[in-house]
Design a protein around this ligand. Structure first.
Ligand code: BES
Ligand code: ZN
Ligand code: ZN
Length: 472
């Protein structure tokens, strides 16, 4: 665990210095002659001088995250315990959040299954700043909380499907709640799901030896100003079911639980920040497997809401789980409902693998989310509903089909399927986040390492902090 401390002047084991926009004349650069004579791409590590120079395009929250990420990644295997870095954007309190996030992300590794564990010798980072150190330290703490909550979710998503079953997810959630103030956890087991008419979700889970669970995490601060409901897709594995995925597409589907883990990450962050926002998080945990009890294309399911669903593709399972979980979640009457899901490959095709698709009927809510989450550095793109796409979900034998009749616009038609399960009173209070692209990386980018990224956690918490004015 790395600690970040503010300090006015210090002799650290190492110094990290930024080269901003190729400007070598900056006062903070000490080895001007050396730097002018050596061509370097990304960074230059002067071992004998104990200085690491990192190039950044500018001084922004994202550049600072990336710089601290790189600094830790490069220095953590060296024989040093700490390093110092200037605060660079000293007047901007959010820059301290960003620096802390980058540093903690730099230290993240999922090496549980490696015989040889990676080293991290860095125990402390000193951020040099002259005044208001106490206030800035508070912001550093917020950054550490946000990054740790994100890393917590990454650990769950990275865990293998053999181990990380729905029951394991439920145990994890119970443990999380027991470690947080004002958080409770209730589990709905298979019998409770049958009694509660979670028929669409039970159909998805039917072929798996691992029983499904609905997990209800509830954060209730003393005097909540705002009530948020989260719903997360928690497919511990998605084979596609009888509409089996081709091998290449099945690989990485342990990440189909990313929405559920994002909900846990948000609860962890919000509870540790002590925000006055009540959260009910409903996680639909199950496995889309294949076997003699599989649900089939051609089946018709009577969902929890009573709406009947024609199954035309068992690989469009996330929306079935969410249909029942969204229906249940609306009983908790939020001011805002956000569902988070690795829902469609189409979202990755449409927006690219770095970006979250943001959907919902309410223009100002959707735009507000994109705007107020921006400081997090997570990329969010709005995708707009329309009635022509909605028509494509018509079924000849049931109220709705689980896939559209056209393969174009697949992430929007998936969003419109979910819309069928949003009651009239919540239509304008609902957002759907498709995180299929950024949730899991096969190639590292930015300050995200290989594997799970914890996508949407910081976007949601930054949104709440900015919109509700809760930073101070
Ligand atoms: N879990 C997948 C979506 C997914 C794809 C997530 C790629 C992450 C990366 C989802 O359950 C799925 O299989 N969706 C289908 C829907 C189709 C059958 C309409 C898809 O996207 O192909
Ligand atoms: Zn699927
Ligand atoms: Zn899926």
């Amino acid at each position: 665990m790395i600690d970040l401390k503010l300090i006015s002047k210090i002799d650290a084991d190492y110094e990290v210095i930024l080269v901003v926009n190729e400007n070598l004349d900056d006062d903070l650069i000490k080895d001007k002659e050396i730097l002018k004579n050596i061509k370097f791409e990304d960074h230059l590590n002067l071992f004998d001088k104990k200085r690491l120079y990192i190039k950044v395009k500018n001084i922004s929250l994202e550049s600072l995250r990336l710089a601290l990420f790189k600094a830790v990644k490069i220095l953590k295997s060296q024989n040093i315990k700490n390093f110092s870095i200037n605060s660079y954007d000293d007047k901007n309190l959010l820059s301290f959040v960003a620096m802390a996030e980058g540093a903690i992300f730099g230290a993240y590794e999922f090496d549980k299954y490696k015989s040889k564990k990676s080293k991290n010798n860095i125990k402390e980072i000193y951020i040099i700043s002259k005044d208001d150190l106490e206030k800035k330290q508070e912001y550093i703490k917020k950054g550490i909380i946000l990054a740790n909550a994100t890393n917590y979710a990454k650990d769950g998503v990275n865990e293998i499907p053999y181990t990380y079953t729905p029951i394991k997810m439920a145990d994890n959630a119970k443990e999380l709640a027991s470690n947080l103030k004002n958080v409770e956890c209730k589990i709905l087991d298979k019998k409770a799901l049958k009694d509660g008419n979670f028929n669409a979700m039970l159909a998805v889970a039917s072929a798996s030896a691992n029983e499904p669970r609905v997990i209800h995490l509830h954060y209730k601060p003393k005097d909540p100003k705002f009530k948020l409901t989260l719903v997360g897709k928690g497919l511990t594995y998605d084979t596609g079911g009888l509409s089996l995925k081709p091998s290449d597409f099945m690989l990485t589907m342990k990440s189909d639980k990313s929405g559920a883990l994002a909900c846990m990450g948000v609860i962890k962050a919000v509870a540790e920040l002590g925000l006055d926002i009540e959260i009910n998080a409903i996680l639909g945990a199950c496995e889309n497997s294949i076997g003699k009890d599989s649900y089939r294309p051609d089946d018709v399911l009577i969902s929890r809401s009573g709406t009947t669903i024609e199954v035309r593709n068992t690989d469009a399972e996330g929306r079935l789980v969410l249909a029942d979980c969204l229906n249940y979640a609306q009983e908790f009457k939020g001011d805002l409902i956000i569902d988070i899901a690795t829902l469609t490959g189409a979202c990755v095709v449409g927006l690219g693998e770095y970006t979250i698709g943001v959907m919902g009927h309410n223009d100002s809510l959707r735009c507000g989310f994109v705007k107020n989450s921006k400081d997090s550095g997570e990329l969010c793109n709005p995708l707009l509903f329309n009635d022509y796409l909605k028509d494509l979900l018509k079924s000849n034998i049931a109220d709705i089909s689980n896939i559209a009749s056209s393969r174009y616009g697949g992430s929007i038609t998936a969003g419109l399927f979910l819309d069928k399960f949003i009651k009239e009173e919540f239509k304008d209070k609902w957002l759907h986040l498709d995180i299929a692209g950024p949730a899991y990386l096969e190639k590292a980018w930015g300050y995200n390492s290989f594997g799970a990224s914890g996508a949407s956690i910081r976007a949601i918490v930054y949104y709440l902090l900015n919109k509700e004015n809760l930073w101070a």
